[in-house]
Design a protein around this ligand. Structure first.
Ligand SMILES: [Zn+2]
Length: 512
């Protein structure tokens, strides 16, 4: 069905009449039902109605909680305190978009990272329970460092069995997506971006002090992750930053904000006391942005659908919130989360005033599987780890993480030869959104923005899986934590292979 945008004005008159008639329908049927009824109504008025005229843009949003129980271990740091306080709830925040023909959806989860099997389980629910193909749903983790593990599946008699928390997350992703689809109503859509460089800092640095550069493999790196802030040893960062806060907004036909999904390349903020569960600044931004857009929390007129804010993680594998050069002031718990989320929300709200909301744009979704080889230790590395057991060896000569990495390398040696990752792209008008299941380095994100055939674009990391860090080949040569075998697990040119697949998907989509 070819859509003819020029005829939309006449169509909008019809579709607005239909809005109220759509109440009470559920599960994504409403948009198509609206289209069908509208065609009949318009035809009844004696107008020449083509199939193209039935293209109504609609959107719906929903959030559901995935807050873990007290006593579960909190992951994302070197130690694992158990949950002793729930500061703020963790959620799956969902946005569904429909162009009259194609539906796409986002499901953004407050988690440090979610393995593919959880998303695959959610996809089964979505395929069984909605009319939207799960291949059109982009699922990702925000990378809050104050949640619990979404891992823990195990094989029983050749069948993969999810942990109770994994099952909860899969179920709730499907619940959130289903609810967002059910809430879809005629909507307008717009997008834009604004720069805020003050909160993003490349965390990999060249340093003068060689003691800061030793690695767990008995070697010396060229750069250091998270060097001591404010120290005279700092020379310069080893990579760039991406200052852009990108955002996608949907409004009701009369201009009331329905949802806003933003994207910023910042690993997380932190400053959360040990034992606290928190969605970090991702949750704080999501809760603040509505107020800055002028949403009245008491206004329930939007078909009983409150406004929903969402913040996705961009390409932030090597970016954090520490101003390394001077270290910055000390902060009370949650103070920095509050400051950063408030600043980013204000910046987005200002930029929001100057973007165009369209009555209709085309939606496209594409995905492709890519096989990546797993890294394997060479004999020299295995000999080095074996030598750590030598009697008489001075313990001070051993890197504090060598034992940890000996285990990680061993599990890679014994593990599979390859892994298959899911890469995904959305076209939303002339906005291209790409999704990568790693902690992606910022230069990969900047390169994708540069070479993207769509006029505007952004990348969501830790989407559709969680496979560790994804340094570029250039950064692999420099060494440092993110490049260490065991932190990084896939072939050294994986970032380039992934970008090529995504650009080829985008090129095909943009030509349609
Ligand atoms: Zn992290």
């Amino acid at each position: 069905m070819k859509v003819v945008p020029m005829k939309r004005n006449r169509w909008m008159m019809c579709s607005q009449k239909m809005n109220r008639a759509g109440h009470g329908k559920s599960k994504g049927m409403r948009a198509r039902w609206l289209s069908a009824v509208a065609v009949i109504f318009c035809a009844a008025w004696g107008q020449r109605v083509e199939a193209a005229d039935a293209a109504v843009f609609s959107a719906g949003a929903a959030k559901v909680a995935i807050t873990p129980s007290m006593g579960m271990p909190i992951v994302g740091n070197w130690t694992r305190p158990t949950v002793s306080n729930i500061h703020d709830d963790l959620h799956v925040r969902c946005l569904a978009l429909h162009d009259g023909k194609t539906t796409i959806a986002f499901a953004i989860c407050d988690s440090v990272g979610i393995p593919r099997e959880v998303y695959d389980a959610a996809r089964k629910f979505i395929d069984a329970e909605t009319d939207v193909p799960s291949a059109n749903v982009l699922m990702s983790a925000t990378h809050t460092h104050s949640g619990v593990s979404a891992g823990g599946s195990r094989e029983v008699d050749g069948v993969l069995v999810l942990s109770p928390y994994q099952t909860l997350v899969a179920r709730r992703i499907a619940d959130g997506v289903g609810q967002a689809i059910a809430r879809m109503q005629p909507a307008r859509i717009g997008w834009g971006g604004v720069e805020e460089a003050s909160e993003v800092h490349n965390r990999r640095w060249y340093v003068k002090d060689a003691r800061l550069l030793s690695n767990p493999f008995g070697g010396v790196d060229q750069v250091r992750m998270n060097p001591p802030a404010g120290s005279s040893t700092l020379i310069e960062p080893a990579g760039p930053i991406d200052p852009e806060v990108s955002f996608l907004s949907v409004q009701t036909l009369d201009g009331k904000p329905l949802a806003l999904l933003a994207n910023y390349s910042l690993h997380y903020v932190g400053g959360v006391p040990a034992g606290d569960v928190s969605a970090d600044y991702f949750g704080a931004f999501a809760e603040k942005i509505g107020k800055h857009l002028g949403v009245d929390p008491a206004d329930q007129s939007q078909e009983n659908t409150p406004f929903l804010g969402i913040l996705t993680n961009g390409t932030s594998g090597d970016i954090n919130n520490i101003p390394f050069k001077d270290g910055g002031p000390k902060h009370a718990p949650y103070e920095k989360i509050e400051q950063v989320s408030e600043l980013i929300a204000k910046r987005v709200a200002t930029a929001y005033q100057s973007i165009t909301h369209h009555d209709w744009v085309p939606l496209t979704a594409a995905s492709e599987e890519l096989v990546l080889q797993m890294r394997k230790p060479d004999p020299e590395m295995l000999r080095y780890f074996a030598s750590l057991q030598d009697e008489g060896r001075d313990p001070a000569s051993i890197h504090r993480l060598s034992k940890n990495y000996a285990k990680r390398v061993q599990s890679l040696a014994e593990g599979p030869e390859s892994t298959t990752v899911l890469l995904q792209a959305f076209g939303i008008g002339d906005l291209g959104v790409t999704a990568i299941p790693f902690e992606v380095f910022v230069e990969t994100g900047l390169d994708l923005k540069e070479r993207n055939p769509f006029a505007d674009s952004f990348t969501i990391e830790l989407a559709n899986g969680s496979y560790g860090y994804l340094p570029t080949p250039r950064q692999h040569k420099l060494g440092g934590y993110e490049t260490w075998m065991g932190t990084n697990r896939v072939q050294l040119d994986a970032s380039e292979r992934i970008s090529e697949v995504l650009l080829s998907l985008l090129n095909k989509m943009s030509q349609k």
